[in-house]
Design a protein around this ligand. Structure first.
Ligand code: KIV
Length: 287
């Protein structure tokens, strides 16, 4: 049976019914073609593309035009999966007007179903304006990689009472502003549980324990395609990096040995035609 594309009401209903929401990041056509055939409900064209696709250490280097390239590629394959596009650093903080214009590009040009942005109380007024304009918004609190420098690095957040309370207040502010879901990144499981039980919208955890309404992982991490660093919360479900090495090395050795391409992967020509071609080339002085 063909996968039914979910929408923001489906996700609300899933939370009500206690059905877990599944999400991964995706950045290109080939990968999205696979994800679209899978049981994954929703994807994020994450600004983690800065790390996984471009090799930067952080996410602040990626700009809107680059994100749009990844969004367009994903949208070309993502027909049965809800598509969320990540707003890159400094595309929504400067003014509400700029946030609206940039989010509009993610929806119109990038063909995303929704956008995601980082921050809680501090960004709630922007979220409210985007939602009023008809753009579905996903929040992202806890460890917010775009402000990693201000947080002192990529660290677990909300470990003391004051920080935990602030994250809970952030979640409530985002819900009031109208988000359809909230990503909770790298926070203690019990804090994620309090948030999940306190808001009506689904929570999507990454390093936030098992009590969230759904989970998200960076697809390169779960498939074993990225080993520069592996956060504690990442579980590898495949080792595609190793499989790729094997395939590439087999190809290289077959080419060196003359075993590839074989008859099956080549185009032939009748022998008499080959002889006629050689004869004519010689007659015409081409060879
Ligand atoms: O960009 C990203 O991959 C993300 C996820 C970690 C949620 O924001």
């Amino acid at each position: 049976m063909e996968k039914q594309k979910a929408n923001i009401l489906t996700f609300k209903e899933m939370k009500k019914q206690g059905k877990k929401i599944t999400m991964v990041t995706t950045y290109d056509f080939a990968m999205m073609s696979q994800v679209d055939k899978s049981d994954i409900d929703m994807i994020l064209v994450g600004d983690s593309a800065a790390n996984t696709m471009m090799g930067y250490e952080g996410t602040v280097q990626i700009d809107l035009d680059t994100m749009l390239v990844f969004c367009k590629a994903v949208a070309n394959a993502g027909k049965h999966t809800f598509l969320v596009g990540d707003m890159p650093f400094m595309t929504y903080e400067i003014s509400t007007e700029q946030a609206m214009a940039n989010a509009g590009r993610m929806i119109r040009e990038g063909r995303m179903d929704a956008i995601k942005l980082e921050g809680g109380e501090r960004i709630a007024h922007t979220v409210a304006a985007l939602v009023r304009a008809g753009i579905p918004v996903m929040g992202h609190i806890g460890l917010t990689p775009q402000s990693a420098a201000q947080l002192g690095g990529f660290k677990v957040q909300g470990k003391n009472l004051q920080d935990a309370k602030q994250i809970i207040k952030d979640a409530l502010a985002l819900e009031r502003a109208g988000v359809f879901a909230i990503v909770l990144e790298a926070i203690p499981g019990p804090v994620a549980k309090i948030i999940t039980e306190s808001v009506q919208v689904p929570t999507i955890g990454i390093g936030a324990g098992n009590n969230c309404d759904g989970q998200v992982l960076v697809i390169h991490d779960l498939l074993g395609l990225f080993d520069r660093y592996i956060p504690k919360f990442v579980k590898r479900y495949a080792n595609l990096g190793e499989d790729m090495q094997k395939a590439l090395n087999t190809y290289a050795s077959e080419v060196r040995e003359g075993a590839f391409p074989d008859k099956e992967h080549s185009f032939s020509m009748p022998q008499d035609l080959v002889e006629q071609l050689t004869a004519e080339l010689q007659e015409e002085g081409i060879l």
